[in-house]
Ligand binder design. Structure first.
Ligand code: MLT
Length: 351
């Protein structure tokens, strides 16, 4: 089981020179993002607004914001979208990035996460972006290094930056702006369908979206969706019939069948496709206006057909694009929290 989110009060993101005033440093740097539950609604709004500002900023000014600051990407699992967009986001702000992946580092020789983190800190890393196959690894890294850590996916636990970019995609689709409140998604039904059990994306979204008022339907067969999933947050319901779920949905998030985590589960993939695949006929019949999302990677022809993935209702490319804006905001927030940097609009550079 992943550890409980440490009982820490997330500081208000003033997106200003955050103060680290107390003599005793907090266990986890307040610029960290380890779970989507870490964020208050005010913080969410602040991140979304900062993402908008940074996305619209002149790139030649934007890249002065974190000029030469050091951001390390520590990836123990493969990734295309998340790794590239975090890297592009850091570079767009002018930061120096270094990538450590399990295959080409001392991790392969058995170095622990703790020692790797301490090494990166000694090399000047000011923020670590971590992807790990182990649920809870970002908490350990944040505690042992004292650095802001951004969770880029930990095992079956969470993927909070994905939930934020998904939220940005939904808000833009609804023309809802970024000034989110507890009611912003009050009339919106979102179905998350597929391998919920193994999905950190599903968990981060299921924790986040109901807090903005959304009704979240989880959909999938029993081996991939235990009944207990409904307890993730208030406002979550389980519907095993995909057609019934679709008919109620404004937004549909499809999930990959995680073949690498299926060992021991009895799952007939042909039967799965028949019941849960997002294909043209099903979407046209049940949800002709719904937005279709997928965090990627897509297994075309399994959970979603190419026609739907590339079709007019698909937001998959927008999700990827929104990843860069959200991750710029998260990196700014992470580096602002150590008090060295002022990220108010128009304020650039070190103080
Ligand atoms: C993840 O890393 O969790 C992905 O974005 C979703 C997946 O692997 O299917």
């Amino acid at each position: 089981m992943p550890p409980k989110t440490p009982d820490r009060k997330s500081p208000k993101i003033e997106i200003q020179s955050a103060s680290v005033s107390s003599a005793k440093p907090p266990l986890i740097d307040p610029g960290s993002l380890l779970s989507s539950n870490d964020l208050t609604i005010d913080e969410l709004r602040s991140i979304l607004e900062l993402a908008d500002r940074l996305e619209n900023e002149d790139p030649t000014q934007r890249d002065k914001r974190l000029f030469k600051r050091r951001v390390s990407l520590l990836f123990y699992e493969s990734s295309t979208r998340t790794r590239t967009s975090f890297e592009l986001a850091a570079k767009a702000l002018g930061a120096d990035t270094s990538l450590v992946s399990a295959q080409s580092s001392s991790i392969e020789k058995g170095e622990s996460l703790k020692d790797t983190g301490i090494t990166l800190r000694s090399l000047g890393a000011e923020c670590i972006i971590l992807r790990s196959p182990y649920s809870g690894a970002p908490y350990l890294l944040a505690e042992t290094t004292g650095l802001p850590v951004l969770n880029a996916g930990d095992g079956m636990h969470e993927h909070p930056s994905q939930a934020l970019l998904d939220l940005r995609t939904i808000l833009r689709h609804l023309n809802a702006g970024s000034k989110v409140t507890e009611k912003t998604l009050a009339d919106v039904t979102i179905t998350i369908c597929g391998d919920i059990f193994h999905s950190r994306v599903a968990r981060s979204n299921a924790l986040l979206l109901p807090r903005l008022g959304a009704r979240v339907i989880l959909c999938g067969p029993l081996p991939l969706l235990p009944e207990t999933a409904a307890q993730l947050a208030p406002g979550i319901v389980i519907e095993r019939d995909f057609d019934r779920a679709l008919a109620q949905s404004d937004i549909v998030m499809m999930l990959r069948i995680q073949a690498e985590r299926l060992a021991g589960l009895a799952l007939d993939l042909e039967e799965y496709k028949g019941r849960y695949q997002a294909n043209t006929a099903r979407i046209a019949a049940q949800a002709p206006r719904a937005l279709i999302m997928h965090p990627g990677p897509i297994i075309r022809g399994l959970e979603v057909t190419s026609e739907v993935a590339d079709g007019p209702q698909s937001a998959i490319a927008q999700q990827v694009r929104n990843g860069v804006a959200i991750r710029m905001a998260l990196i700014m927030r992470a580096l602002a929290s150590n008090g060295l940097h002022d990220v108010r609009p128009g304020k650039n550079g070190r103080r």
